[in-house]
Design a protein around this ligand. Structure first.
Ligand code: 13P
Length: 255
């Protein structure tokens, strides 16, 4: 273990870039260039979440040490599900990760806790690693429901899972996404710690210790170091800034 990851931080830092519905071949080539140039801290696991049509291109053009994730997949192997992508298709093009339950999927596409839990379980069963997103809206935070919401979203997934080994949780407060309004390091730490305690009590003590919880919501090169210093923040899921060279600084945020 390096000086950056002493015994007290057994969880490998994991930084995801969620490109959302952004990018063109030209822009993606630029992103691939800055990712290749790095340098990326070898103690950090890096994954980029890519629009479905570009997944194979990105997988074929990035070095193997950078993971590639789909941004969604369905809970069936194949069949009459127009517009959907199967986890088997992701595996078929050597994509190892998928982001599921993002708040944009929940809010815009009306995905329920139950559907998301089914998708997480199915993707894992088919051998994908999953970034499962949870987080409260501004209204829920202001009415004191943050923990209730985040715990319920996590519990819905827990009810369908046996093994959390290949799961990373992303805590993304909806009010911080794309707004430039980041949770303070303490606000984020408080939720991460509470969620870890919830997992310890209700899902399993070992899982709580080993599961990585990313923070997402307006993470930038300017605020990442302070956030990364929090003991229960094990990485980031980055939207806007993952399209820019500053993503390299975010990958390297853990001091
Ligand atoms: P921003 O970093 O653009 O706020 O997006 C966060 C996010 O939704 C990552 O999944």
């Amino acid at each position: 273990m390096s000086a950056k990851c002493p015994d007290e931080c057994p969880r490998k830092f994991v930084v995801g870039g969620n490109w959302k519905m952004n990018g063109s071949k030209k822009q993606i080539d630029e992103i691939i260039s800055f990712l290749k140039a790095g340098p990326l801290d070898s103690n950090t696991e890096v994954v980029v979440g890519v629009p479905a049509v570009y997944l194979e291109y990105v997988r074929n053009n990035l070095p193997a040490n950078i993971g590639v994730a789909g941004q969604n997949c369905y809970k069936e192997e194949k069949g009459a599900f127009t517009g959907e992508v199967s986890p088997l298709m992701l595996k078929d093009i050597n994509v190892d990760w998928v982001i599921l339950g993002h708040s944009e999927r929940r809010q815009i596409f009306k995905e329920t806790d139950d559907l998301i839990a089914d998708k997480v379980a199915f993707a894992l069963e088919k051998g994908l690693k999953v970034i499962a997103c949870v987080g409260e809206t501004l209204e829920q935070r202001e009415s004191g429901k943050t923990e209730e919401v985040v715990f319920a979203q996590t519990q819905a997934i827990a009810s369908k899972l046996k093994d959390w080994t290949n799961v990373v949780i992303a805590y993304e407060p909806v009010w911080a996404i794309g707004t430039g309004k980041t949770a303070t390091p303490q606000q984020a730490q408080d939720v991460h710690k509470a969620l870890r305690e919830y997992i310890a009590k209700n899902i399993g003590a070992d899982i709580a210790k080993s599961i990585r919880i990313q923070y997402g919501g307006s993470v930038t090169g300017a605020n990442c170091v302070e956030l990364a210093a929090m003991p229960d923040i094990d990485g980031f899921l980055v939207g806007g800034a993952s399209l820019k060279p500053e993503f390299v600084n975010i990958v390297n945020a853990r001091q």
